[in-house]
Design a protein around this ligand. Structure first.
Ligand code: ZN
Length: 125
């Protein structure tokens, strides 16, 4: 691993960005270490119109889907930062082989080498 500081800086920037994005649609629960989606204030407003309610449900589902994507990024970034601290950064979680530098440059929070990219989504969050 050539330059851990480079990746650490990049990951810290990514963490700030993803946290800011998460905060626009969710709240963080320190006790459970989980993000929860919060309903849009407009959606909470009492509205008897059924179409509006259907839209709200759709918005809500979309919001939760977005939140869970962001939460996955958030966790991957935090995991990568923790790996830098413990000296295990840049190692494929599937094969234990070093992750290619060009993959890490493109995706500093990668958990697998290029051969196991397809497996990454199936790793426990
Ligand atoms: Zn691998």
């Amino acid at each position: 691993m050539s330059d851990l500081t480079f990746y650490k800086t990049k990951l810290e920037e990514m963490l700030v960005a993803v946290t800011a994005e998460l905060q626009t649609i969710g709240t963080y629960d320190e006790t459970t270490d989980n993000w929860e989606a919060i309903p849009d204030e407009e959606d909470i407003a009492v509205d008897a119109d059924e179409n509006t309610n259907a839209d709200s449900v759709e918005d809500w589902n979309e919001r939760r889907a977005t939140l869970s994507d962001l939460e996955r990024d958030y966790r991957n970034i935090k995991r990568a930062l923790a790996k830098i601290e413990t000296g295990t950064y840049g190692v494929c979680e599937v094969s234990g082989e070093p992750i290619e530098e060009k993959r890490l440059q493109f995706k500093p929070d990668a958990r697998t080498c290029m051969a196991h990219m397809d497996t990454e989504a199936q790793l426990p969050i």
